[in-house]
Design a protein around this ligand. Structure first.
Ligand SMILES: N[C@@H](CCC[C@H](N)C(=O)O)C(=O)O
Length: 272
C-alpha cells in the first residue's frame, strides 16, 4: 500500500488535488491520477497539480529556482496550462511559505506566469497571449451545430456564442461536443458556450478536455474574453460568470491577465 498526503483546493469550484513533490519523486502515472480524481472511489477532483521545483523537471530549460505547476486532467492526460489551477497553486505556495512575498513567478508548460496577490484576497495571474485564429471551426452537440472561434491560451479552446435566451442553461453537457475539421485540434479541445449579457459581461459553461463539464475553466474564460473582444471590438476588462463564480479578464494587446478567487479547503492522507 502507498500513502501520500495531499491538499485540496478550488478556484471558482474548479477543484484540484495538490501534491507536494519538490524533487519530482512521485510517479504521476495516468492510472494514479484517475484513481485519486474519481469522485466515488477517490478524493475527487477535476485535476491534479504537482508542486515540483522547476530544476527537477526534465523538459524545463528556464529558471530552475521557480516552482513548476505540473498539471494533469482527471482522465490522466497532461495539459499545458490551467488558469484556475494556477491561482490555487499560488495560494498553496503562499500558505506553505514556499514563496516569501505576494508577487512571484510560476513555471508552467505554457511558460512563466506572474502572480500577484491582492489585499482583498483575489489573485491576478498573467496568462500569456490569447491567440484568436482567423478561421472558425464547427462545434456539434445534441444534433445542433455552431461556428466556433478557435483560441490558443497555451492550451486549445473553441468558443461558441449562443443567441437564444435560455440556450446556455438548456445545453446537455453530459454529452461531449465534437468538432470539425478534426485536424483543428489534434490533441482535443476545451469547448466554451457563451452568452453575452451586456457589454463586457458574459456567462459561460465549459466542457473541458480530459474532464467533462466543470464549474469553471480559467483558460476557457480567457479564451472566451479574447473571442468576444474580436467579435464585438470590445475594450476594457471583461467579467465572466461561470457556474462556479465570477472571474475578470483584462488585456494589454493580446496579453491576458485573469483575476479571481482561490481557496485551499483542507489536507489529508490517501492510501492507494
Ligand atoms: N480548468 C483549467 C484547464 C485545465 C486543462 C484543460 N482541461 C485542458 O486539457 O486543456 C483552467 O482553469 O484553465
Amino acid at each position: 500500500m502507498r500513502r501520500f498526503s495531499f491538499h485540496k483546493g478550488h478556484g471558482t469550484r474548479n477543484d484540484f488535488i495538490i501534491l507536494d513533490d519538490s524533487y519530482g519523486m512521485h510517479d504521476m502515472h495516468p492510472e494514479f491520477i484517475r484513481a485519486v480524481c474519481d469522485r466515488h472511489s477517490g478524493i475527487g477532483a477535476d485535476g491534479v497539480i504537482r508542486v515540483v521545483r522547476a530544476s527537477s523537471v526534465r523538459d524545463w530549460d528556464g529558471d530552475g529556482s521557480l516552482w513548476f505547476m505540473d498539471y494533469y486532467n482527471a482522465d490522466g492526460s497532461i495539459a499545458e496550462m490551467c488558469g484556475n489551477g494556477l491561482r490555487v497553486f499560488a495560494r498553496h505556495l503562499i500558505n506553505e511559505q514556499l514563496v516569501d512575498s505576494g508577487e512571484f513567478d510560476v513555471a508552467t508548460r505554457a511558460g512563466v506566469r506572474k502572480v500577484e496577490v491582492a489585499r482583498h484576497g483575489l489573485i491576478t495571474t498573467t496568462m500569456g497571449d490569447a491567440t484568436v485564429a482567423d478561421e472558425d471551426v464547427t462545434v456539434r452537440l445534441g444534433g445542433r451545430q455552431w461556428p466556433a472561434t478557435k483560441v490558443d491560451v497555451g492550451n486549445p479552446h473553441a468558443v461558441v456564442f449562443l443567441e437564444g435566451d435560455d440556450e446556455l442553461e438548456a445545453l446537455n453537457l453530459q454529452e461531449a461536443p465534437t468538432w470539425e475539421p478534426a485536424e483543428a485540434f489534434p490533441t482535443g479541445v476545451n469547448v466554451e458556450f457563451v452568452r453575452v449579457e451586456a457589454p463586457g459581461r458574459l456567462s459561460m459553461r465549459v466542457f473541458e478536455r480530459g474532464v467533462g463539464e466543470t464549474q469553471s475553466c480559467g483558460t476557457g474564460v480567457v479564451a472566451t474574453a479574447a473571442a468576444y473582444r474580436r467579435r464585438d471590438q470590445a475594450d476594457g476588462s471583461i467579467d465572466v460568470t461561470v457556474p462556479g463564480g465570477d472571474l475578470t479578464v483584462d488585456f494589454n494587446g493580446d496579453a491576458a491577465r485573469l483575476t479571481g478567487p482561490a481557496v485551499i479547503i483542507g489536507r489529508g492522507e490517501f492510501w492507494l
